[in-house]
Ligand binder design. Sequence first.
Ligand code: PLP
Length: 389
Amino acid sequence: MDKAKNGINTVCTHEGELVDNQFKGAISPLYMSTSYEFEDVDVKRYPRYFNTPNQEALCKKLAALEHAEAALIFGSGMAAISTALMAFLKAGDHIVLQQTIYGGTYHFAVTQFEKFGIQYSFTDGWSVADFEKEIKPNTKVIYIETPSNPLLTITDIAGVAQLAKKHDILSMIDNTFASPINQTPIDFGIDVVLHSATKYMGGHSDICAGVVAASKEHMDKVFQTAICFGGSLSDYTVWLLERSIKTMAIRVRAQNDNAMQMALYLKDNENVENVYYPGLEEHPDHALAKTQMHGFGGMLSFEMDPSIDVSLFFKHLKLIKPSMSLAGIESTLVSPVMTSHALMSPEDREKQGIKDSLIRLSLGIEEIEDLTADIEQAIAKVKSMAVTA
Ligand code: PLP
C-alpha cells in the first residue's frame, strides 16, 4: 500500500490486513494457533515471539498510524511501557520523567527502578527547561506525556526531542490521550511512542492492550526484552483490536468535536469555575497544541463551583457514567481526587493544581445536546436538594 497517498481512514481500515486466500472473506481471518510448523518455514511463529499472523498484521497498521518503521502489540499499556523502559535502561543509568504522568507509570518508576539500580528524576514542570535542568551525565531516557492527565497540560514535543538529541538521550512519549489521529510524535523527532491501546485504539471499553512504535533498530531492542517479559496479547484480542482501529479516526474526530463543544458549554456555565481543554483559546498552551496536534482530543477537565457536591452530581447523571477508564464511545467521568490521585497527599495534589472539585470528562460520540442536558439536569437536582435541606 502507498502510505503517502492514503488517507487516515484508509490506513485505519486496510493497512496490514490479512488476505483470506482460502475463502475470500472481506476481513482478516483470525489465526488462534499457538503452535506452528518449524521446518521449511521463513519465520518460526509463536505468540510470545510477537509474530503470529494476526500480531504481525496489526503491528503493520500500528506502525503506519504512528509514522514508525515498526511496532509491537502488548497485553496492556503498562506491559508496553514497562517493557520499553527496561529495554533502554540498565543499572547505573538515569531517566528524566515528566512530573505529570499516568499514575501507573509513576508507580512503576518509584517501585521498580531502584531494584534494578536505575536512577530517576521527576521534572518540576513541563517546559523544555524543566527537562534540561534534570539531565545528568548518565541520563539515557527522557519520558514525556502530552496532553497530560488530568489537567491537559501540553509539552513541547519537538523541543524535548531536540533537547534529547543534543545530549544523545532517547526520547519516549506516552501518546495515549491524543491517539495517533490527533498527534504523531515521530514527525517531531521523538524516538519511541507508547500507548495504552485500552483507550482510543480499543475505543469500546472492552479491550486491554498496549503499543510500542519506533524505528526498526529501536524496536529490535524492545523485542529482545519483550520476549523475556512475555507480555504478548492473545490473538483473539489482537483481531478485535484490528477491527476497532478501523473506526478510530471517525470515533476520535467525533470525540474531538464533542470535547470542543462541551468545553465551550462548560466555560459559560455559572456552576463551573475553570475548564481545562487545549482547544480553548485561553488554555495557556493552546498555541503550542495547535502546532503539534491535528485535533485537541476528547478529554477535558473542569472544576465545579465548590457549593456543588461532586459525589451527588455524579449520582444524578443519567447518561454520562462515572467510570475509571476513558476514551470509549460512551462519555464517562471521574473525580481524580477520589480515584487516580487518591493516594497523593492533599499538599502534593495542591502543588499539581488538582482540586477536590476537579472532574475529568472523557467525551464519547453521543449527541452533544444530550450530554449537556444530562449535566444541566444533574446540577439542577443537586442545587434543588441543597435548597430543600
Ligand atoms: N498511559 C495512560 C495515559 C493511561 O491513561 C493508562 C491507563 O489508564 C496507561 C498508560 C496504562 O494503560 P493500561 O491500563 O492499558 O495498562
